[in-house]
Design a protein around this ligand. Sequence first.
Ligand SMILES: [Zn+2]
Length: 452
Amino acid sequence: MSGGIEADGALIRTHVLCRIPPLPDETDRSYLGALMRVNGFQTETEFREHVAKWTSIQNWNRTSVPTVELLATVATTQIEDFARHHTLIPLRRGITAHLPTVIHGCANHQTLLRQTNFGQRRGRAFFCSECVAPDQQMHGRSYWRREHQVPGLSWCPKHRVPLRIALDKTAVLKSPSRFIDSKEADSFEQIQKWIEVPSIKTYLDVCSSLLDTAKPFDARAVRIVLKRQAKNRGIRSMHTTAKRHPNSPSVSDIAWRIFPAEWLKSVLEITGSEGCGSELPQLETAVRQAGGGTFVSYALAIATLFESADDAMAVLGGSTQTKIRRPAGEINLTRERLLSLYTQCGGNYSQVSALTGIGYGSVSRRLVKMGLPALRAEHGRLLLPAIDMFLLHVLSLEQSAKSSGVPLERLELFLREACTPLLSLFNTMFSKRPERTIGAPRERLLATKESR
Ligand SMILES: [Zn+2]
């Protein structure tokens, strides 16, 4: 608050700011609102001007410093860390052809810092009514979470109840508890049909991984990966090839087949009678043109072409992301605890992520580093006899895969990822050897090369 003291007849204005820390996964706008409330400001402009003076930013004017930079200063965190953990920038530009080598929150690219939310959900804010009371008890206030704003997620992953929508444009500057009676995004019956759908889970896992990235994936490299994956699965990626491959399904055909139609129409904002079976230009373009999609269309295309987020992120080079500072919760999670959770969850990364409350991407990186590959239920059971045949009965890799019924490429990926700690050790032992990443197939190397 601004205050004043008299000194030699002149009014010297002092600027005091009551500071509170941002909460886990809290959005920047939610944090801004909390700071405004605790300091008694009614408008964002007043608050921005006050903070700018408090931080003694010289030559400050209303447009020169992005709000997110002011908030990072108040939170005493690096702008990059704040952008990564408290804005939707990592998801919005998770896959992009525009400045793909620029890390999220880079202070040298202020235009990238000015849009911290999504255009799609602008004017609508989502929260979980079941999260409100525990948040108030634990943190002293309820708040808006980033994960609840992901398009296509209309339920709380923790409480499995419908999210509620606040339509007030300034809602995120207020406490969610004020909107406790607002309407539900979807009915309870509706979300029950969607929560366990594997393709939706994959889509949400992909979004979760993107939300946890320190820098974007290069859309050019992603397009190469998507096109190759479509080709390998016999899926047409371009409508122009329809004449040559009349019997092959298109990406749109597969999407309509694996996603519930109502959900797909909702997430792509398809209105009216249009839909069911029609071409989905958003997905086709993501596969066809570098930089031709939004994060939603990329995440949908990835979930359409890959069986799991684990498979997709391994190929897209999740482990090649920029080194990042770990959040406190992640640091506290010991190797032993992570191993125990991995065992408990049968190698399912998504479940480990849900139990720890740590982002899917972070969990994935740590488990791969420990040599603990992701296991899908159907392959997990088959992998053990395959490994048994390969290691103990000394059969060839092909024979082991064929005898146990597990796809050869799956067995190869498993072994590559299981050898990650060994390769890391080799890299240390023979330091002249260039740093290499295990299981780096052509796609991953391409992704790495192009994203530099
Ligand atoms: Zn909740």
